[in-house]
Design a protein around this ligand. Structure first.
Ligand SMILES: C[S@@+](CC[C@H](N)C(=O)[O-])C[C@H]1O[C@@H](n2cnc3c(N)ncnc32)[C@H](O)[C@@H]1O
Length: 227
């Protein structure tokens, strides 16, 4: 089975577990790019009213719902996990200006009208980076913005990889068994090189550390534009 198929299986198990457990979704009041309330929020996306926005790997749809509801953006949200999609549609499917798509990110990008803004909160590391970044660059309107956050240091402190190779990471299920996912946990330089190769200009790379000193987990947020 490919890394992508294994990830889809894991995210289906994750979504199913939360549906079965009746996990209550809390509405988002900002985009949390990494850990809750750490680092910058929605403002890095600039003005959003009336803009065509894509949430790539949207999960429960909390962030997409926040942009449609609180910023009047026209939001499309795509996720390949049937159970994550179901959670999103049940919670937020009624909101005006918000459309959920159950699809693989690359398939959606290949057939979509151009977006002004595409963002991905910790979902790009589950996709093959060369293909995903090239497809995103093609799906952005000229000058369009791509913002994406990625895991940089996991809790076991393993450093990021210097080659474009996925590696197993543990997805913790509260009240359930741990799941294994296959992630691209890459150095910032490598993500930058991949973005530039895809035709994107990297404006800023922001480090987001855990506010808890004993937690080594660290993320990077990339703000880029279609060149
Ligand atoms: C860590 S979760 C992040 C969810 C959401 N962005 C958030 O912040 O709440 C990663 C999500 O990416 C989705 N995903 C992974 N690979 C994907 C792909 N190739 N196409 C679409 N969605 C994908 C998973 O199903 C999962 O819901």
């Amino acid at each position: 089975m490919s890394a992508q198929q294994l990830n889809e299986q894991a995210w289906n198990a994750f979504g199913r577990h939360h549906l079965d457990s009746g996990t209550v979704l809390l509405d988002a009041v900002r985009i949390d790019w990494a850990l809750s309330a750490a680092g910058p929020g929605t403002e890095v996306l600039g003005p959003l009213e009336g803009r065509r926005v894509l949430d790539l790997g949207s999960g429960t749809g909390r962030h997409a719902a926040h942009l449609a509801r609180d910023h009047q953006a026209l939001v499309h949200a795509v996720d390949s996990s049937a159970w994550q999609h179901q959670r999103a549609v049940s919670a937020y499917g009624h909101l005006p200006g918000l459309h959920f798509h159950l699809a693989d990110a690359l398939d959606h990008l290949a057939s979509a009208e151009p977006y002004d803004v595409i963002y991905a909160v910790n979902s790009l590391p589950f996709m093959a980076p060369h293909e995903a970044l090239a497809a995103i660059a093609d799906a952005l309107a000229p000058g369009g913005l791509l913002a994406f956050s990625v895991l940089h240091t996991p809790s076991d402190r393993r450093p990021p990889s210097t080659t474009v190779t996925p590696r197993p990471e543990t997805l913790r299920l509260r009240g359930g068994e741990d799941l294994t996912v296959h992630m691209y946990v890459l150095t910032s330089q490598l993500w930058e090189d991949l973005a530039v190769e895809a035709g994107l200009r990297v404006n800023e790379v922001i480090t987001i550390e855990s506010p808890d000193d004993s937690n080594p987990v660290s993320y990077r947020l990339f703000l880029t534009h279609r060149a």
